[in-house]
Design a protein around this ligand. Structure first.
Ligand code: HSE
Length: 429
């Protein structure tokens, strides 16, 4: 092929990110051509509503037949920005079968059924790139897949959902309750009308599965991730965290244990103020990595939005296009480690329990004894008298979730303990 022969690009989806990608393909055409060595030509955009207003998008390119566009044999690169499992999976598989390299931001599909996409691409000899699937603009997939592939990553931990970080940040600043802040976030357009995927931690869990697969060279699926959202976080939890010199963040945590097993979870977590993740504000995302040789690394940026996410998509597009020009391929799936994933309940963390008890002789000893009976060692205890009651804050040493929740269940049954014990993970050891 000559240097002036365009590489053909098809776009599936033209929402906030897709429309920005389409605009940037035009606006940056000359630079992209120079960086790739051949021009890119956008040959079609699949949309659900042909009549919708799309400023800056050539109507001639629009089609509502996504399968026909994805299956064209003459397209070099297909970008999927529709989201969801179907029809995205069928369309990506059709594009791969037709010989196109694919670029996707679809975290739900990759976390649910990534291996099907990767194996199809392997068989067809094409690339799959997905930088925009995790943490929007932040380069994190490529650092794990390529830059750190000669190292041993031991921890990947981060704030990978902007909506929940915005809500928790606002609860911390204003002392407000979850429901009030969520309603305000929805009014301001920071949270979706149906916020379930964000506030229940599904979005973060899908991203955690992808990050853990890359970091530990093992298949990790959404179902392997222990998950807890932020809907139960109260203003008093936020207050308790402040008293302990912490903030509450929804943390995705992927860790390699010394015994070679891995744990992957998403939980509201008390993060000590000195930790780099504690200061990540508003809707920002950040990912913190520890590895044997590189040590500690931190990546921070915008995790959503048209232009930031389009930046990641276009980076993948240039990379996949350069591979095409050279007749080369980028890395495929690396899952040789096949590590065992820690069963839910057996993962270890520090915990902070807040409970209200009768302020009577022997009650504190009963509480401490209950933790001890479940094999949980205590690191610190705070007590504040409120009339005839006392508010206790109990920080544990590292313990299994199963042990700590066993102690909480026993405490819940004690007549000297008021109902409504709150339990939260604490980062660090
Ligand atoms: N809804 C996500 C967030 C962005 O709030 O971060 C897309 O994954």
């Amino acid at each position: 092929m000559g240097k002036s022969t365009p590489l053909k690009v098809a776009l599936l989806g033209c929402g906030v990110v897709g429309s920005q990608v389409a605009r940037q393909l035009l606006a940056q055409a000359e630079d992209l051509r120079a960086r790739i060595g051949r021009p890119l030509e956008l040959v079609g955009i699949a949309v659900s509503h042909l009549d919708k207003e799309r400023p800056g998008i050539d109507r001639e390119l629009l089609t509502d037949d996504a399968l026909a566009l994805a299956s064209r044999g003459d397209v070099d690169l297909v970008i999927e920005l529709m989201g969801g499992i179907e029809p995205a999976r069928t369309l990506l598989l059709a594009a791969i079968k037709a010989g196109s390299s694919v670029i996707t931001a679809n975290k739900a599909l990759l976390a649910e059924d990534g291996p099907t996409i990767y194996s199809a691409a392997e068989e067809a000899g094409v690339d799959v790139y997905f930088e925009a699937a995790v943490a929007g603009a932040i380069p994190i997939v490529r650092p794990l897949r390529e830059s750190l592939v000669g190292d041993e990553v031991t921890t990947v931990m981060g704030i990978v959902n902007g909506t929940t970080n915005f809500i928790l940040d606002k609860m911390t600043t204003d002392g407000a309750d979850f429901a009030d802040v969520l309603a305000e976030a929805q009014r301001l357009g920071f949270a979706e009308a149906d916020p379930t995927a964000d506030v229940e931690g599904f979005d973060a869990a899908a991203k955690a599965a992808i990050l853990a697969s890359l970091a530990f060279h093992s298949r990790v699926k959404l179902a392997d991730v222990t998950r807890e959202g932020i809907t139960a976080v109260t203003a008093s939890d936020i207050e308790a965290a402040k008293e302990m010199g912490c903030v509450i963040k929804l943390l995705a945590r992927c860790a390699l244990s010394p015994d070679g097993t891995i744990s992957v979870g998403v939980h509201p977590t008390m993060v000590p103020l000195a930790h780099p993740l504690a200061s990540i504000p508003g809707a920002y995302n950040a990912i913190f990595i520890e590895s044997r040789n590189a040590g500690r690394l931190m990546f921070m940026g915008k995790g959503a939005g048209g232009s930031p996410t389009a930046s990641a998509v276009l980076g993948d597009l240039v990379t996949a296009a350069r591979n095409r020009v050279r007749g080369a391929r980028g890395p495929g799936e690396s899952t040789y480690s096949a590590r065992t994933i820690t069963e839910a309940g057996l993962e270890r963390s520090r915990y902070y329990a807040s409970l209200t008890v009768h302020d009577e002789p022997g009650v504190l000893a009963q509480v401490a004894a209950t933790f001890a009976q479940h094999g949980v060692s205590l690191q610190a205890v705070r007590q504040e008298s409120v009339g005839e009651q006392a508010r206790l804050g109990v920080m544990t040493h590292l313990a299994m979730h199963r042990e700590v929740s066993g102690a909480i269940a026993d405490l819940d049954r004690m007549p000297t303990v008021r109902p409504g014990i709150s339990l939260m993970r604490v980062e660090g050891d």
